[in-house]
Design a binder for this molecule. Sequence first.
Ligand SMILES: [Zn+2]
Ligand SMILES: [Zn+2]
Length: 52
Amino acid sequence: MERGPCPICLDGYAPGDEIVRMPCAHTAHWRCGAKWLSGARTCPTCRFEISS
Ligand SMILES: [Zn+2]
Ligand SMILES: [Zn+2]
């Protein structure tokens, strides 16, 4: 289980939540990450530039 909270919605991770892992190893809820990455190409936690 990943440690929360999710940097996008600030909610903790619940059992069964789908988690996305950024190239910098930070995590977010899969759904939050998908929404975030549709408007940004950076990690929501550390601003690491995500190239792919
Ligand atoms: Zn979230
Ligand atoms: Zn990061």
